[in-house]
Ligand binder design. Structure first.
Ligand code: ADP
Ligand code: ASP
Ligand code: MG
Length: 418
């Protein structure tokens, strides 16, 4: 039997009516002759509520219990989806991660897949079950504890099942009708793309476009999964939505294909650290050990160089706002242990990151200049810049984030097809 994976995100299963709507889409694919693996998220808002309860109960929580609580939202929707399908006379049953069993690493809160054995599901399909409903976002560790994959992780569950079961396609049903040139909630000029390359989507996702979890795009690229994003609210067919695919399947030839943003960023500066070999390792080693995701880094001559006999430098880096406390603690511990010295630690928690992405940048010069000019014309000051082969990111004041996204979308004429 040909097989499809269909994933429904939080807003698509937000209440019983929406679950019925999603189930009808599943039933339609079964009627077309497919066996279907359905991956469900928790009802929208549920995971946030569960995370809140954990934090309120225990700020320095045991990550294993965090996962026990936070994974539960998906269990509810998996059972309800199976029941809804049964009510429609579609043979279905639900599976929690451990029942499959979806084997993951023991990195609680950020676990990775190790294996998805097919035997249990294959046996059910052989018995005549048409639909296996899987609770997304979760798995089980070698120690037998429940794990979760990180926020947005149901996308990754979907792609991993598509890869493991050789699905014809992995359809991600969500609250937008595809992948756009930027978040359509930020500008109405955002344009829906028919196709986007794995490389560009990977970059957009890792720079903040939460329409797909980064890891899901990585897996799809590695295992050549045909990955599609489409609306669970519209009538859809094979041509709907946006296909994430190889570069050579794409006709469009824009230099920049999308703008991404990440709202909650912080900028930290260590003022006057010694300018000597090994200083970067001495600073970023402890940050990494503390689990801080350092993103952009700049080292520059300290304003206070003249006041010091030995050379000194300032070290600036960015990280997510919710990791600032951890970063500060790690840096202070390194200073107390005599591994580094600095005069002050300046912390700016009002930053946001805006990035332009496009594989065309590999062969076109001038993108950075155009980007900086567009921001200058809007009076947006740039705090930090980072580039790679196919992206340019800037750190700016959070209050200018929307403005910057709109200005860049205009500057690169993303509303027009290329
Ligand atoms: P789900 O709950 O279905 O997983 P998410 O909220 O995780 O949905 O992702 C969908 C959201 O991603 C959209 O509502 C949209 O606001 C946001 N988004 C950000 N960037 C983009 C983009 N480039 N294209 C489409 N949606 C985007
Ligand atoms: N429910 C989880 C979250 O909100 C996983 C997901 O929706 O993909 O992060
Ligand atoms: Mg999501």
């Amino acid at each position: 039997m040909p097989l499809l994976v269909m994933k429904f995100g939080g807003t698509s299963v937000a209440n019983l009516e929406r679950i019925r709507n999603a189930a009808q889409k599943v039933r339609a694919e079964v009627a077309r002759g497919y066996d279907v693996i359905v991956i469900v998220s928790a009802m929208s808002g549920k995971t946030n509520e569960l995370v809140g309860w954990v934090n309120e109960t225990s700020p320095m929580y045991d990550a294993r219990e965090y996962d026990a609580v936070v994974s539960s939202g998906e269990n509810v929707t998996a059972g309800l989806m199976a029941l809804t399908l049964q009510e429609m006379d579609v043979p279905a049953r639900s599976w929690q991660g451990w029942q499959v069993p979806i084997q993951t690493t023991s990195a609680h809160g950020a676990a990775r897949f190790i294996d998805i054995p097919r035997a249990n599901l294959d046996a059910k399909f052989a018995e005549g079950f048409k639909v296996a409903v899987i609770a997304g976002f979760q798995g089980v560790s070698a120690e037998g504890r429940i794990t979760t994959l990180g926020r947005g992780g149901s996308d990754t569950t979907a792609v991993a099942f598509a890869a493991a079961f050789g699905a014809e396609r992995c359809d991600i049903y969500t609250d937008v009708d595809g992948i756009y040139t930027t978040d359509p909630r930020i500008t109405s000029k955002a344009r829906k793309l028919d196709k986007i390359s794995f490389e560009e989507m990977l970059e957009l996702a890792s720079l903040g476009a939460k329409v797909l979890q980064t890891r899901s795009v990585e897996l799809a690229m590695r295992y050549k999964v045909r990955l599609r994003v489409l609306s669970s609210f519209d009538d859809t067919d094979e041509t709907s939505g946006t296909l994430v695919c190889d570069e050579d399947e794409i006709m469009e030839s824009k230099v920049v294909s999308g703008v991404a943003y990440s709202r909650e960023e912080a900028k930290l500066t260590l003022v006057t650290v010694e300018d000597r070999p090994g200083i970067a390792a001495a600073i970023f080693g402890p940050l990494s050990d503390a689990g801080v995701n350092v993103d952009m880094i700049v080292q520059n001559i300290s304003e206070k160089s003249q006041d010091h006999e030995k050379p000194v430098t300032d070290m600036t880096f960015s990280c997510p706002v919710d990791q600032v406390a951890r970063a500060r603690k790690a840096l202070e511990a390194a200073r107390d242990a005599g591994q580094i010295s600095y005069e002050t630690l300046e912390i700016d928690t009002d930053a946001a990151k805006v990035s332009v992405v496009g594989i065309g940048m590999r062969s076109h010069a001038g993108v950075a200049a155009r980007m900086f000019r567009a921001l200058a014309e809007e009076g947006v000051n740039i705090k930090v810049i980072a580039t790679s082969e196919i992206k340019i990111s800037v750190l700016i004041d959070r209050k200018y984030m929307e403005l910057a996204v709109q200005a860049l979308h205009d500057a690169f004429e993303l509303d027009k097809a290329g």
